[in-house]
Ligand binder design. Structure first.
Ligand SMILES: Nc1ncnc2c1ncn2[C@@H]1O[C@H](COP(=O)(O)OP(=O)(O)OP(=O)(O)O)[C@@H](O)[C@H]1O
Length: 585
């Protein structure tokens, strides 16, 4: 229960509703008690009439009618309060589920990229959905059934003891066995359910991957092999489901068996004691039969609830594990720090903490507002790492990377990120309209602003070509954009933000050279007093930059303007010559 203690704050938050739930549960239980009492009374009266103890038939009939009305009233009220009880406990559990999901999601968002690399997306999703659902079972049904059981036990068993103590002992004797048996069975069911879920998750992942990669599967003609793999997984899943069904099928027969034993005991012991005159009223036997049946479910539930709580504890432990992860990147100042865009790398060496790869080695350069810096170099030479560090997606040692003369860590993280328009290497667009994807950079942008940004990113004409224009929906159920179109929508998203620093990570690679030229010219106008950094493999993207740096294995091997670099022997000149040749061919 240590881990579940985390939820106490939610119990405090919803204390009044929960208290109301407890009161309603007690009232519902008291009304439940009236039903067997009146049945017992009615049987006793009929028996007394048959014995001749009572002779007035009309009085018996009248009394029976009153009992029936009371019984009906009590049953209705008990039903109404049971309904209200569910409305309080189950509704509170849904509120807690909602709060917890939001809390976990917000925390996930704060965590840095390293966390996402260390943990699988499936795991993250499971903790926010499956695990939170299991925790809800503790807050809702487990709590509700525990309170019902305790109240019912206190009220019913006390009354039973008052009526016939020895018979009560015999009647409730098999109930602990029932509770333990159900607990054991629930543990088994939960264990097998977990296995079934694991198989289901494998099956879902396989299906999802197969359909995402359907083009590759068809192109390679491997449908039969894929079918076989699917069949194997489905076969495994089926067998595990059958295993689960076997133990689930035991649940009710086991309950029935133990209720049967209690019933037999009540009839036998009750009958004998009535004959011996140790029980005054015949109706008590019938009344006890109803009580035993009433107690069975709550007692069975003790076992079920125990395993539910165990599962919730395990799930909360998993949730707490992630909630206790501190974001590696912390905002160290609440003070506002507007950004001008003076970027300075000073003998910076950076090693990725998780892989130990040194991506940058003693790198120094600077770039001012109004300037464009181009970074070229082989794949894996550290170009993207430079942009990630400027965006503070990773932290560097103190003082190595300065913006506007301050160490990047001393800047307000929100101001820093607000001042940036970052276009990553793999353009990621959301399953939403093109308009909203561009607006992502500026939430309240007008249609005209969206259009203007798209024009500057040279994608306006393409978008107009779609029948629904800017309202065209992208993603799984929408249209698929070409690689170049995606890159340009992603550029429009950065442009519309009108940031002080523009970071383009090889985001023109899928665009033809003419369009590239058009975009670069537009960018020159837009970024007149902004700091722009363009990472590229193409000289055409770099040639107009104010400064160019060439990276190799994390080190700057050349720097200068295009004119200066083509005049010197080295990587840049070779690349230029090669790309010029390719263009001519
Ligand atoms: N998130 C990361 N975690 C660990 N190592 C990384 C990470 N990103 C990149 N690396 C490693 O750092 C080195 C530099 O990578 P980087 O992405 O900066 O190169 P790049 O020049 O941008 O390459 P490309 O042109 O292929 O995009 C590579 O060896 C890469 O494997």
């Amino acid at each position: 229960m240590k881990e579940l203690g985390y939820l106490n704050k939610y119990f405090v938050k919803y204390k009044w509703r929960l208290l109301l739930g407890v009161i309603i549960t007690i009232i519902a239980t008291v009304f439940k008690l009236v039903v067997p009492m009146k049945v017992g009374d009615s049987i006793t009266e009929v028996k007394q009439y048959l014995n001749g103890t009572i002779t007035d038939l009309e009085a018996v009939k009248h009394s029976l009618l009153i009992n029936i009305l009371l019984l009906l009233g009590a049953a209705l009220l008990s039903g109404l309060f049971t309904f209200m009880m569910r409305q309080t406990f189950i509704v509170v559990s849904r509120y807690v589920e909602y709060d917890l999901k939001n809390e976990v999601f917000k925390h996930y968002e704060k965590l840095s990229l390293g966390f996402y690399k260390q943990n699988r997306t499936g795991d993250l999703m499971n903790r926010i959905s499956e695990d939170v659902s299991k925790v809800r079972m503790y807050v809702g049904p487990a709590l509700m059934y525990s309170i019902t059981t305790v109240t019912l036990f206190i009220v019913v068993v006390t009354y039973m003891f008052y009526k016939a103590p020895i018979l009560t002992l015999y009647a409730i004797a098999p109930l602990p066995i029932l509770s333990i048996a159900i607990y054991k069975l629930s543990v088994l069911i939960n264990h097998r359910t977990t296995i079934v879920q694991q198989y289901l998750s494998k099956l879902t992942t396989f299906t999802q991957e197969s359909f995402s990669g359907i083009a590759v599967i068809k192109a390679y003609g491997i449908e039969p092999r894929t079918n076989e793999n699917f069949e194997d997984l489905a076969e495994g899943s089926k067998n595990k489901n059958i295993d689960l069904a076997k133990v689930q099928a035991l649940f009710f027969p086991l309950m029935m068996l133990l209720i049967g034993v209690s019933n037999i005991l009540v009839i036998y012991i009750g009958g004998t004691r009535y004959i011996n005159g140790q029980i005054a009223e015949f109706g008590t036997i019938v009344e006890f039969l109803i009580y035993v049946n009433m107690l069975t479910w709550p007692v069975a539930v003790v076992g079920w609830v125990t395993s539910m709580v165990q599962q919730a504890e395990a799930s909360q432990k998993r949730i707490n594990e992630f909630l206790s992860v501190e974001p590696a990147i912390q905002n160290l100042t609440e003070e506002r720090t507007p950004i001008c865009g003076n970027i300075e790398f000073n003998n910076l060496t950076f090693t990725y903490p998780d892989t130990g790869i040194t991506a940058l080695n003693n790198v120094s350069f600077s770039v001012k507002p109004g300037e464009t810096l181009a970074i070229v170099g082989n794949t894996g030479s550290g170009k993207s790492t430079i942009l990630e560090l400027i965006g503070r997606l990773y932290d560097v040692g103190d003082g190595m990377l300065k913006i506007d003369g301050n160490s990047i860590k001393n800047l307000n993280l929100n101001d820093l990120r607000d001042s940036m328009g970052y276009v990553p290497q793999d353009a990621f667009l959301f399953s939403d309209s093109i308009k909203n994807n561009i607006r992502f950079g500026k939430e309240n942008a007008s249609d005209d602003e969206v259009r203007e940004a798209a024009k500057n990113a040279a994608v306006h004409t393409n978008i107009e070509g779609f029948s629904k224009g800017y309202d065209t929906v992208l993603g799984e159920r929408g249209i698929t954009l070409s690689g170049g179109q995606k890159q340009r929508v992603s550029i429009a998203r950065a442009i519309i933000k009108n940031p002080q620093i523009l970071l383009f990570d090889d985001c023109l690679s899928a665009v033809d050279t003419e369009t590239e030229e058009e975009i670069l010219q537009n960018l020159q106008k837009i970024s007149a007093n902004k700091t722009t950094i363009i990472v590229s493999h193409r000289i055409s993207s770099a040639k107009n930059a104010d400064k160019i740096i060439v990276l190799e294995d994390g080190k700057i091997i050349q720097q200068g303007t295009h004119a200066a670099l083509v005049a010197k022997e080295g990587y840049y000149k070779e690349l230029y010559a090669k790309q010029l040749l390719e263009k001519e061919i």
